[in-house]
Design a protein around this ligand. Structure first.
Ligand code: AMP
Ligand code: MG
Length: 408
């Protein structure tokens, strides 16, 4: 374990590397109807068996013709020989004529330009056209979007709405995807009661369960929710055995070394556990191991720490396990609209808000960065990374990660 500002603390990169080297991605492939494919991960390259568009078609409502035919006229007038709405199969264009055509309609054989209707006037079955036309103007070429035989979506791609549309556009009705991970979730702590129950002395409402469920749902995993596990060895052991039927287990709380922290002891009996002290804030205690061969990620109990460690460690781990090809999260450099006089011993993930200040994009931080203050996560739109041992001056460039990238 390397030194990182504070002896004995593990840098986040080292922890991430350690868990990622152990990932065994899912191999089970299922065929899923396109309509149910949002968020699924494609298991093999999808090749188009059609050109898109399938034929040259009109980008405008107007008239199509052969430019050479117009050049032969003295008055710029051609008879209109057919009407081609979208969806109609056109006849080849009669030589020396124009055809009325509409947006999306197939260009008839023999036409090499479309003139928008605003530039034409039609009377008694004849159309007056403008004198100068450019070849293939307003014609969308066959295959300009996708060529038959090309890969439209690659293996390892998570399907976003736009990929669903693209797959639909090439006529794919179902997709081979990796079977969604089944993630077992458990919350530990005798102090926890469920939202909806009446508040009682010495209790707090279980918030991690809802944050973590939401995070897992946003990533389109299946959840096996084991609810709250009491702070006893027996209850913890029983819950873990049940959880080990899933593909992966995530818990919150109970992984420190206090007498009421039973997760460590139970796992050491059922499998293997590495308890790390991460050089990050929030989120120092984090454990990784397995229960009867099922990978186990134990998050801290403090609500903001559970949120942050999920984003920084569980998310890349789970996405890799799900077969996602690229798990990098974009980062942005923005000037700080705040200052930090004290340099930290751990890398901090400050709850932040990127916004335009006097016409310039800047990033601000929530005033209370305590790991129990869940409001900080709802206030802004991302996280600022405050590196170990560094102060931050107002206006200095800092690294920002957007929740739009982290939460999907
Ligand atoms: P622990 O890691 O179990 O010592 O918990 C650390 C702190 O997080 C304590 O203040 C707990 O009450 C709190 N905590 C643990 N689990 C939850 C939870 N599911 N929801 C809200 N707070 C929690
Ligand atoms: Mg606890």
């Amino acid at each position: 374990m390397s030194y990182c500002g504070h002896p004995g603390l593990m840098p986040i990169e080292q922890a991430l590397n350690a868990i990622l080297t152990e990932v065994q991605p899912v191999t089970k492939i299922i065929e899923v109807a396109l309509i149910h494919c949002l968020g699924k991960v494609v298991a093999q390259d999808i090749v188009s068996f059609v050109d898109v568009p399938p034929a040259d078609n009109s980008a405008m409502d107007g008239y199509c013709l052969a430019i050479a035919d117009l050049e032969k006229t003295v008055d710029g007038v051609l008879p209109v020989s057919q009407r081609i709405p979208a969806g109609a199969v056109p006849e080849p264009l009669t030589s020396g004529t124009a055809a009325r055509i509409f947006t999306g309609a197939e260009i008839p054989e023999g036409a090499d330009v479309v003139v928008m209707q605003e530039n034409c006037s039609e009377h008694d079955g004849k159309v007056l056209l403008p004198p100068v036309l450019a070849l293939r103007d307003n014609i969308r070429d066959q295959g300009q979007d996708i060529l038959k035989g090309s890969v439209v979506v690659s293996k390892g791609q998570r399907l976003r709405p736009q990929e669903l549309g693209l797959l639909a556009s090439v006529g794919v009705g179902s997709v081979p995807v990796y079977k969604p991970l089944k993630v077992a979730l458990l919350s530990t702590g005798d102090e926890l009661i469920e939202p909806g129950e009446p508040a009682r002395p010495s209790t707090i409402f279980n918030s991690n369960r809802y944050t973590l469920r939401g995070l897992l749902q946003a990533l389109h995993f299946e959840i096996v929710d084991l609810g709250v596990v009491a702070d006893t060895f027996e209850a913890t052991e029983k819950a873990l055995i049940k959880a080990s039927n899933a593909d992966c287990i995530i818990s919150s709380g109970g992984v420190s070394v206090g007498e009421e922290d039973h997760v460590k002891v139970a796992i050491e009996k059922l499998g293997r556990l590495n308890l790390w002290k991460l050089a990050i804030k929030p989120g120092k205690p984090f454990a990784f191991g397995d229960v009867k061969g099922t990978p186990f990620l134990a998050l801290p109990g403090n609500p903001v720490a559970a949120f942050a460690t999920f984003l920084l460690l569980c998310r890349p781990y789970l996405l890799t396990k799900q077969g996602v090809g690229n798990i990098t999260t974009p980062t942005f450099t923005l000037p700080a609209n705040f200052s930090r006089k004290k340099a930290g011993m751990r890398q901090e993930y400050l709850r932040a808000n990127a916004e335009v200040v006097d016409g310039k994009m800047m990033v601000n931080t929530y005033p209370n960065q305590s790991s129990g203050v869940l409001s900080s996560t709802c206030w802004g739109n991302g996280l600022v990374v405050a590196p170990i041992g560094q102060t931050i001056e107002h206006g200095q460039e800092v690294i920002f990660m957007s929740y739009s990238d982290l939460l999907y």
